[in-house]
Design a protein around this ligand. Structure first.
Ligand SMILES: C[S@@+](CC[C@H](N)C(=O)[O-])C[C@H]1O[C@@H](n2cnc3c(N)ncnc32)[C@H](O)[C@@H]1O
Length: 283
């Protein structure tokens, strides 16, 4: 378990995930009733991209680095809101890359006082950082435990509406199997919940096999959105990233079909790769 998200924080895959995460949370806020948010693989919550691991990998330069090159007025509204939130996290007068918000921080910034969040993280140091970050937050629990076990313990939530973000490191081939088992269990307990699964587009990760297995579970309303930065036959490790959305908001598919090409143009000015919006399983 050597994965440290600081290497990848703010990269193109984080940008995709965090823009969509914000859209899902904004959708939940359309109703006054409180929502529940579970982050099964929460990470450290905040990343100084001007330091250490982030500088060594430099991945953020092709992600949030590109977004921040544009004035917010030139960006589609959802991407402008994301850029604004990233800048707000760093605070006035500070470089916007010094406090890049991870998924728990993004949701904490957007939620209302009665919205509740639970975050699971197994890496002791990340969990400690996250706990410090949330020490003064109400209705926010940081658990140093397995994210999949936490799904079992927390679902269904008392709020009856909400979102589960499943964002594993995908360091082993077995991760898709774990995600599948967790989704089957969670969907049986809480079929109306919204689920968002991040996954890498690589040769090894075999999302097509995952798709076939998912089709056999009986889970419906599964939307897949992808963004690739390299062509499909690229030998490089991760050519793109996908988000699998179960029970996505109404018309999110249409909005993503408009927004993703804009996001792709912004992140990949050279034009390699592409985007996709596809219902893996319809209603
Ligand atoms: C991709 S990062 C999470 C990034 C975060 N969701 C964000 O968007 O800012 C994955 C995290 O999962 C943690 N992790 C690995 N296995 C886990 C498990 N079984 N349960 C919970 N967390 C785990 C890793 O330590 C790592 O911090």
């Amino acid at each position: 378990m050597n994965y440290r998200h600081a290497f990848h924080a703010g990269n193109f895959a984080d940008v995709l995930k965090h823009v969509v995460l914000m859209m899902l949370v904004e959708h939940l806020k359309k109703k006054p009733a409180p929502f529940f948010y579970l982050d099964t693989h929460a990470g450290g919550g905040r990343y100084d991209l001007s330091q250490g691991e982030s500088q060594r990998s430099g991945e953020y330069k092709q992600g949030i680095g590109r977004v921040l090159e544009f004035p917010e007025s030139a960006l589609p509204p959802e991407i402008a809101s994301y850029a604004r939130l990233v800048r707000a996290c760093a605070g006035p007068g500070r470089s916007p890359i010094t406090a890049y918000p991870g998924s728990p921080t993004i949701v904490a910034q957007l939620r209302r006082p009665a919205d509740r969040m639970v975050m699971a993280e197994t890496h002791a140091r990340e969990a400690q950082t996250l706990r410090a970050e949330f020490a003064r937050e109400r209705l926010a629990a940081v658990l140093e435990r397995d994210g999949y076990a936490t799904m079992k313990a927390e679902l269904p939530p008392r709020e009856k509406r909400g979102l589960v973000l499943i964002d594993p490191p995908f360091e082993s081939d077995g991760e898709f199997d774990k995600v599948l088992a967790a989704l089957e269990m969670a969907h049986e307990r809480w079929p109306t919940g919204m689920y968002c699964v991040w996954y890498p587009l690589t040769e090894r990760a075999a999302p097509q096999r995952f798709r076939r297995q998912l089709e056999r579970t009986g889970i419906t309303k599964v939307l897949d959105v992808t963004l690739s930065v390299l062509p499909e036959d690229s030998p490089a490790g991760m050519r793109g990233a996908g988000l699998l959305l179960i029970n996505p908001p109404w018309q999110l598919d249409a909005r993503m079909a408009e927004l993703l090409p804009d996001l792709h143009r912004l992140l990949v000015p050279e034009g390699s790769g592409g985007t996709g919006v596809e219902w893996w399983i319809a209603e």
